[in-house]
Design a protein around this ligand. Structure first.
Ligand SMILES: [Zn+2]
Length: 269
């Protein structure tokens, strides 16, 4: 018997219906946007089948290409606008919190990327799948990257797994955070410390694979204001540029998270 709930069919239908009324900021584009999204899903499935037939073929990143999608000058349905409406919808659904760490999302678009729960590198077929998308904070998105948390049986299938099938990992759209992770946040004048304790298999998995790293990173950054400020400045500038700097920065932040996790683990041992 499970001691947690998953999103039920009825709620799924209701949420999807609400999204269809909010998928574009302007009412007159709603229908066109729904069609556009169906086409994108079909494209992702086609790309998936192409890869199944020939895995050696070059991979197309449909998601990144989508950001630049613009059919014709007069059309209001562009990749950027649809993505923006999707982000707004998901953010509201998540009460303005990151889907993984439950910290408030900062009000800058690049600071709240749309996260693929099953990463699009390995699950191309779900690139545009409504239930595979959530809004994460920059830190969680960066720390999780393309890590695959799902069991092997979820790979290479065309239909998105049902909510009850996610027993090995926390799924932010199907699970309720409070039923899986206990989250304690302590704030003083000098420090903010987040403590995450997994209370189910999924919650423990999330803590081990992401939240522990995040909490460690937070402790190090809070105890070192100069480092924190430097990172904020670099982030603000680097995300706007499409050159080598963002990847170098990501590698640096990842190394920072890994080494702080190791440091805290050895201190606690
Ligand atoms: Zn987060």
């Amino acid at each position: 018997m499970t001691d947690y709930r998953v999103l039920d069919e009825q709620s799924m239908t209701q949420i999807l219906a609400r999204y269809r009324q909010a998928c574009h900021q302007r009412k007159r584009y709603l229908e066109e946007t729904c069609e556009h999204l169906s086409k994108r899903e079909a494209m992702a499935l086609k790309e998936f089948r192409r890869r199944q037939r020939d895995p050696t073929k070059a991979h197309n990143d449909l998601w990144t290409a989508w950001s630049n999608y613009r059919k014709k000058q007069t059309s209001g349905v562009t990749g950027r606008l649809v993505k923006q409406a999707l982000r707004d919808f998901l953010e509201e659904l998540q009460n303005g919190m990151c889907c993984y760490c439950q910290r408030p999302l900062v009000n800058i678009a690049h600071a709240k990327p749309i996260e693929h729960v099953l990463p699009r590198v390995d699950f191309i077929q779900y690139t545009f799948h409504f239930w595979n998308l959530a809004v994460a904070c920059h830190d969680c998105n960066q720390l999780k990257r393309a890590a695959v948390w799902a069991n092997e049986d979820k790979r290479n299938v065309e239909l998105y797994p049902r909510p009850a099938e996610f027993t090995e990992m926390y799924h932010p759209r199907f699970h309720r955070f409070a039923e899986h992770v206990r989250f304690i946040r302590v704030q003083t004048n000098e420090h903010i410390i987040s403590i995450y304790i997994g209370i189910t298999a999924q919650g423990r998995h999330l803590c081990l694979n992401l939240l522990k790293k995040l909490a460690a990173r937070e402790i190090v950054l809070n105890s070192n204001p100069e480092l924190r400020q430097a990172l904020e400045v670099i982030n603000a500038h680097a995300t706007a540029r499409q050159d080598a700097l963002p990847s170098a920065l990501e590698a640096f932040q990842l190394a920072l998270a890994d080494s702080t996790s190791a440091l805290i683990e050895s201190a606690g041992a």
